[in-house]
Design a protein around this ligand. Sequence first.
Ligand SMILES: Nc1nc2c(c(=O)[nH]1)N[C@@H](CN(C=O)c1ccc(C(=O)N[C@@H](CCC(=O)O)C(=O)O)cc1)CN2
Length: 300
Amino acid sequence: MTAKIIDGKRFAEDLRRRIGGHVARLKAEHGVTPGLAVVIVGEDPASQVYVASKAKQTAEVGMNSYKHELPEDTSEAALLALVEQLNADPAVHGILVQLPLPDHIDPNKVIEAIDPAKDVDCFTPANVGKVQIGLPGPVSCTPLGCLMLLRDELGSLEGKNAVIVGRSNLVGKPMMQLLLRDNCTVTVAHSRTRDLAEVVRRADIVVAAVGRPQMIKGDWIKPGAVVIDVGINRVPAPEKGEGKTRLVGDVDYAGAAEVAAAITPVPGGVGPMTIACLLANTITTASLINGLEPPGDLTA
Ligand SMILES: Nc1nc2c(c(=O)[nH]1)N[C@@H](CN(C=O)c1ccc(C(=O)N[C@@H](CCC(=O)O)C(=O)O)cc1)CN2
């Protein structure tokens, strides 16, 4: 079997087109222009690329984009003051503080300072709880993107055995909630799981979010499974020349593609969905802040 490649880049483009339509309707019918503020502290090169893409794509779909670039030595107090200012700004419907933050800043303190109504990452305790009990609101961007790709591929997920490898607050735990809500039987595996290969072999759906390059081998995959690879790992690529690198996922792509029914590539799979879902969440928060029903096609 050679797996179908799930084209996240194309899916994200289509999602952004739909988001553009929702922005236009919010403006024309309700006089609301959604605004997203993105905050970055420091010089991390990957974070700078992601934040630049977020700001560009926000403007492209017709939203207001506010980018705040703060130096590496910004104090925690100064960052918290900026978050407070954005919480109070009526033009801002979404606030995202790019992670990771420099070591001297406690990310939990910053996340907890964000008004849950504007928490487009869905990182605040209030919004994590809402996802758990199924109340309307934003949903963590990367898991939401994975869910959209899975539903598009499989239709109903009901009764599927889903194995998530990784238990992070960013991906593993919210992914578990979303798959449970779609009536999957969910197993969350992690670094201490015994017989991980055997656990993964039972999965109709594998979500790999462990952060270790190509850790999940092709012969761990059940024939016909759908594989969603969340990992983005930069590894040396001597075949491209000295000092060159390439991106790989958490799954041995070539091996898994021989047995899976469908698989996301890295790059071009889940990554682009993360930013598109951030824009989707901004529509959701802008709608809720203005007393409107969020569009059903943009959320879980
Ligand atoms: N506040 C947040 N911080 C971080 C998040 C997040 O969702 N909220 N997620 C990641 C980084 N991230 C978005 O911020 C992100 C990562 C990767 C991609 C992406 O499109 N990747 C491309 C490859 C890009 C490359 O060449 O390096 C792909 O997979 O095709 C988008 C967003 C951590 N921080």
